[in-house]
Design a protein around this ligand. Structure first.
Ligand SMILES: Cc1ncc(COP(=O)(O)O)c(C=O)c1O
Length: 393
């Protein structure tokens, strides 16, 4: 059995008909399956937060916490030191430091500082973008499955989600997405690499798509996991801004820099787009001075992110090999997590894994249950594999 799963092969083996797939362009597949991805995703959190099954305090006591794509190595030593030292300046607002961080990011991204907006994590910027782009409703076009943050906020702003299923090789169906765009489309959302699949869409094809589509509609490209890709595959879409294209690129310090709980992210966009986002939302006032200083220190520590990438790849390869040995297929991941189909319901699986003190996530993708395991340290991945063998084999 080839371990890397190809969706075409899997689809052949399921009851999902090609007619059902065709519906996906204008009506989400999940609409036909009772919006299971969204409900499932939020139900997991709801269970953790509101039931005795997995009380939130226990998330700190897990043997392996592999459920939120957190980087187990961060923050970098120099970021930690800077954050500790900067606590003493916490009586002051941090606009000056935020302005310095913006300058550093602008230089790294090859744009001027008017193109950068900071947020306490990229979630904040995904939400602010959705709030300001869907004031009049309309629709958002994205892949299915996708990272749901911007889509959920858009839906809460009364926008419609026009979902386009990923291709059989788990890439964005760029032609399908272009066809799905209509007069009411306010934003096109691409997550590359994609969450929860971990798969990528070819950088050259994506560049051509963004270049064409952004002349008509703003294209938001979420690059949260870019740092985990092999350097030769890391094709950021930021360069399109130098061609005047209306793209919005989000990046975060949560993943590659290991600062998820510290909260720093940014978007790179045309100044006119940032003006629109800032008409009803504020920018640097949401920033925490310790986080901002920590982010600057982490940017200067250039070896840290690279060392995380290398360790992440070794641990990911280990998990994939172990899954293969057990006869499990998995999606080819370029990120800090791996998605693979499981033969029992997600709820039952989570109960078993959490009973072993291993925190993972379960998703429904096209009606089938999948586990998403985040990549932790090698020790954590061994604990995951041991528990998985115990409960699933
Ligand atoms: C694809 C993607 N985008 C954005 C985020 C949000 O990250 P943060 O708000 O920590 O920057 C996440 C978090 O898991 C993610 O997976």
């Amino acid at each position: 059995m080839t371990a890397k799963i190809n969706r075409r092969n899997w689809l052949k083996a399921t009851s999902l008909t090609s007619a059902g797939l065709a519906m996906g362009t204008s009506t989400s597949l999940f609409a036909t399956t009772n919006n299971s991805l969204q409900l499932n995703e939020h139900r997991q959190f709801w269970e953790w937060e509101n039931t005795t099954l997995i009380p939130p305090r226990d998330l700190w006591n897990l043997k392996a916490r592999l459920l939120a794509n957190e980087n187990p190595y961060g923050p970098s030593p120099s970021a930690r030191l800077t954050i500790m030292e900067s606590v003493a300046t916490g009586n002051r607002y941090g606009q000056g430091d935020a302005a310095k961080l913006i300058e550093m990011i602008a230089e790294k991204e090859g744009v001027s500082k008017e193109y950068i907006m900071l947020g306490p994590g990229s979630s904040d910027l995904l939400e602010k973008t959705a709030i300001t782009h869907f004031l009049e409703g309309g629709n958002i076009v994205s892949a299915d499955p996708a990272y749901m943050s911007i889509i959920k906020t858009a839906q809460n702003m009364k926008a419609e989600w026009k979902s386009v299923p990923l291709t059989p090789t788990w890439e964005h169906d760029l032609d399908g997405m272009e066809k799905a765009i209509d007069a009411k489309t306010q934003l096109v959302y691409i997550c590359n690499p994609n969450n929860p699949t971990g798969t990528i869409t070819d950088g050259k094809k994506l560049w051509a798509f963004c270049s064409k589509v952004a002349d008509k509609k703003p294209v938001f490209v979420d690059e949260a996991y870019l740092e985990f890709m092999d350097p030769k595959d890391q094709h950021s879409m930021v360069g399109l801004l130098n061609e005047g294209k209306n793209v919005i690129i989000s990046r975060t310090f949560s993943k590659g820099h290991g600062m998820a709980g510290i909260r720093v992210g940014y978007i790179v966009a045309l100044p006119s787009t940032l003006e629109k986002i800032q008409t009803i939302t504020r920018s640097n006032m949401s920033m925490n001075v310790t986080a901002v200083k920590g982010a600057m220190a982490s940017m200067k520590d250039t070896g840290f992110v690279e060392s995380c990438r290398i360790k992440n790849k070794a641990c990911r390869t280990y998990v994939c090999e172990e899954l293969s040995k057990l006869g499990y297929e998995y999606l080819p991941s370029h990120t800090s997590f791996v998605l693979f189909p499981i033969a029992i319901s997600g709820d039952a699986y989570l109960k078993k894994m959490f009973a072993e003190s291993i925190g993972v996530r379960a998703f429904k993708v096209f009606g089938k249950d999948y586990c998403r395991v985040s990549i932790g340290t090698m020790e954590e991945m061994k604990l995951f594999v041991d528990a998985f063998k115990k409960v699933m084999v």
